[in-house]
Design a protein around this ligand. Structure first.
Ligand code: F6P
Length: 361
């Protein structure tokens, strides 16, 4: 009999519930107990926030977005910023308390489902002696140690569907539509959705752009009697001589800045330089919502089941990973070492160029 606790940390991604579903069912078959820690580590910090998860709790959840146990991208338990009534911020390390609660509750393993931030926290707990297994999640697909993270396919589908819809309105009004998509410092969502959604221009963080090249493409479209254009901009993209645009952190306890604003900036430049009627929109959290695609559901369930197999085999301090279509595992330290970027010589980049998409360079 084993007792497992699962947490979901960082920004949510479609497929989190499918992981929980697979973990609970795979554990049930082995006669193991599963608990969910609410909102990342809250359940391990305050054990009233632990929820016992049985088969009935997870019935049907595999097809739903979000996470039934909640998530947070604030509050690293190793340095949690707490604001008192006087508005003063204190930084407290709760990691010992969490480790003690984990041991006191008699847990055998913690399954940490998260992106690079949450997995780095999991790695630090593993270093403190907690048996941990990581599961890679993020719509950004920016984890180096796995071919794919779940959530990405759904985000790309949502963005592609939005681009399909924008074509007709852009065409009706002879407009340039600039669409800002998520992805942080990686251009995966922009590249995949931009190619699939027939974009004229795709701007990604890996290729600092020259706005003149972007405008040339739009003008060239007109020469070929296409009076509208679709421009996809990754939130982390920047001009060759420019900076990544962010809205700052803005929230107590949040380490990463909130990116956003490059879409409107690019739209303003295009408007001014080409005189074209130009609109911008930010797809934002639509990309994180909704039911996971079949690909994401299946990947999430495969990850969940593989995590349980690792526990059974006594392999801790590892993250499950997809490698050449197969389930694999890598040490957490390798999993969080670097972020996966779009390779400029990859066939996706070549495809974009060959079908005439301007990448801003
Ligand atoms: O990492 C996932 C992600 O959706 C990024 O693409 C985006 O920059 C960020 O999270 C947004 O975070 P928040 O939900 O806090 O606005």
């Amino acid at each position: 009999m084993k007792k497992i606790v699962i947490s979901t940390g960082g920004g949510d991604a479609p497929g989190l519930n499918a992981v929980i579903y697979a973990v609970v069912r795979a554990c049930y078959r082995r006669g193991w107990e599963v608990y969910g820690s609410r909102s990342g580590y809250s359940g391990l910090l305050d054990t009233d926030e632990l929820i016992r998860l049985g088969l009935d709790d997870v019935e049907d959840i595999y097809s739903t977005g979000g996470t039934i146990i909640g998530s947070t991208n604030k509050g690293n338990p190793f340095s949690m910023a707490i604001e008192n009534l006087a508005g003063e911020v204190q930084v407290i390390d709760f990691s010992d308390k969490i480790t003690n609660n984990f041991n006191r509750m008699g847990f055998d393993c913690h399954i940490a489902v998260g992106g690079d931030g949450s997995l780095e926290i999991a790695r630090r707990f593993a270093e403190k002696g907690m048996p941990v297994v990581g599961v890679p999640k993020t719509i950004d697909n920016d984890l180096e140690a796995t071919d794919r993270t779940f959530g990405f396919d759904t985000a790309v589908s949502t963005a592609t569907e939005a681009l399909d819809k924008l074509h007709s309105t852009a065409k009706s009004h002879d407009r340039v539509m600039v669409v800002e998509v998520m992805g942080r410092e990686s251009g995966w969502i922009a590249l995949y959705s931009g190619i699939s959604g027939g974009a004229d221009v795709i701007l990604i963080p890996e290729i600092p752009f020259n706005i003149e090249k972007v405008c040339e493409k739009i003008t060239d479209n007109e020469l070929h009697e296409k009076d509208y254009a679709i421009v996809v901009v990754a939130e982390g993209a920047s001009a060759k001589d420019g900076q990544v645009i962010s809205k700052g952190s803005g929230e107590v306890g949040r380490d990463e800045v909130v990116l956003g604003g490059i879409g409107e900036h690019v739209a303003a430049e295009i408007r001014e330089r080409t005189g074209k009627d130009t609109r911008s929109l930010v797809l934002g959290h639509l990309q994180r919502g909704g039911s996971p695609t079949t690909f994401d559901r299946l990947l999430a369930m495969r990850f969940g089941a593989a995590a349980v197999r690792l526990i059974e085999d006594g392999v801790f301090g590892h993250m499950v990973a997809l490698y050449s279509q197969h389930m694999n595992s890598v040490p957490l330290a390798d999993a969080v070492r670097s972020r996966k970027k779009v390779q400029l010589d990859s066939d996706k980049v070549l495809t974009a160029r060959e079908i005439g998409i301007c990448l801003g360079d």
